[in-house]
Ligand binder design. Structure first.
Ligand code: NAD
Length: 342
């Protein structure tokens, strides 16, 4: 804790609790008022809009001008670089595709750390799915920086890795789950901000632990989607409609998110990617990326994940078969050659 320069032990505790108590959706403390948001894609665009709805003053940036225009057309301030975003922000949130994009946004020319070691924002939150090593690298870089202005409540800038689960529908409905790594007091302070975009925020431990939790979650999700898809395809081959099997799974021991919330068989559920030709949602490319991160992290600690490795091979193949921009539930086609529910 001392490493981050919070004032002193007991005072930190009191500050943490009272700061946290003072939050509500109706009153936004000045420490969190100005939020910079970088990465306005499938997820980030909804998350930024939910912050605006909750009353935060949001400034946005994306390298995609069209994504920015949707915000500027609504009168939301846009900036041309991460550095410019940081100049008007207390907190900066990033929601980017992968580790290389996050490193570019932090360390690149006109990146968040491009203005020298004295930073304007006191808190950075990276909600991108990246490997724990990247989160820890950025956390170390931030911990070597100082604040441009004396904030009173914190001495040095802080960072949380706070990846999310829930997908685009949860991002839109502000029902994401955040998995948070970093200093616990920073997590407590940021919790109301996170809960403007989500329904749960779970503290996972020190820097990088949110990212570690996220890649474990996604490895399990990839494997369960494969299992459910394979079972639905087998059922259909044996003469059972996927809708019937879904009813059974959802009140039986095979029930899981892939069967009751994100069913992969076209025509079984409305409002999910499988019912719109697997468009929108969580792309196969991102799933392959997350499995890659999980496998690299596993091998880094000498741990073997046979199911995870198999899932990675299947998702790599899907990407090679021109499905990289389709939702990851399109893996059902891999098993059933694209036959829809009758
Ligand atoms: P996306 O590709 O739709 O959006 C990423 C955005 O970042 C794009 O608008 C892109 O233009 C922007 N971007 C890329 N490089 C940039 C840079 N250097 N500077 C500024 N902007 C840049 O991705 P997404 O689906 O919104 O996912 C974002 C992150 O959230 C990923 O890490 C993903 O793994 C994770 N995630 C996604 C989902 C999902 O269902 N889509 C669910 C949970 C977690």
């Amino acid at each position: 804790m001392a490493r981050f320069g919070w004032r002193v032990g007991s005072k930190v505790q009191r500050w943490g609790r009272s700061f946290f108590r003072g939050f509500s959706s109706a009153s936004i403390p000045s420490q969190l008022e100005n939020v910079g948001f970088i990465g306005l894609g499938n997820m980030g665009s909804h998350m930024a809009r939910n912050l605006i709805t909750a009353g935060y003053k949001v400034t946005v940036h994306d390298i995609n001008e069209n994504s920015m225009k949707k915000f500027s057309d609504d009168g939301i301030p846009t900036k041309q670089s991460p550095l410019e975003v940081s100049e008007s922000s207390d907190v900066v949130i990033t929601m980017l595709p992968s580790s290389s994009h996050v490193l570019e946004v932090y360390n690149g020319t006109n990146g968040l750390l491009g203005g020298g070691s004295h930073l304007g924002p006191w808190l950075y939150i990276d909600s991108s799915t990246v490997d724990p090593q990247t989160s820890r690298k950025i956390s170390t870089a931030i911990s070597r920086c100082h604040l441009k202005e004396n904030k009173g409540y914190v001495e040095n800038p802080l960072i949380l890795d706070a990846p999310v689960s829930g997908g685009v529908p949860a991002a839109e409905a502000a029902k994401l789950t955040f998995m948070v790594g970093g200093l616990e007091e920073a997590y407590l302070a940021a919790k109301p901000l996170l809960l403007s975009m989500g329904k749960r925020a779970i503290y996972c431990g020190g820097a990088g632990n949110g990212s570690a939790a996220k890649i474990c979650n996604n490895m399990a999700m990839a494997i369960s989607m494969l299992g459910v898809s394979e079972a639905f395809a087998l059922g259909q081959n044996l003469g059972i409609k996927a809708s019937t099997l879904t009813d059974i799974f959802n009140c039986s021991s095979a029930r899981c998110w892939s069967s009751d919330t994100y069913n992969p068989v076209p025509g079984v559920m409305e409002g999910v990617p499988s019912s719109r030709n697997y468009d929108g949602g969580f792309t196969s490319k991102l799933m392959a990326k997350d499995l890659d991160l999980a496998m690299a992290s596993a091998s880094g600690v000498g741990f073997k994940c046979p199911m995870g490795s198999e899932a990675l091979e299947i998702y790599r193949k899907l990407c090679g078969d021109c499905c990289e921009l389709k939702d990851f539930s399109c893996v059902f086609r891999h098993y059933y050659a694209g036959k829809d529910e009758e």
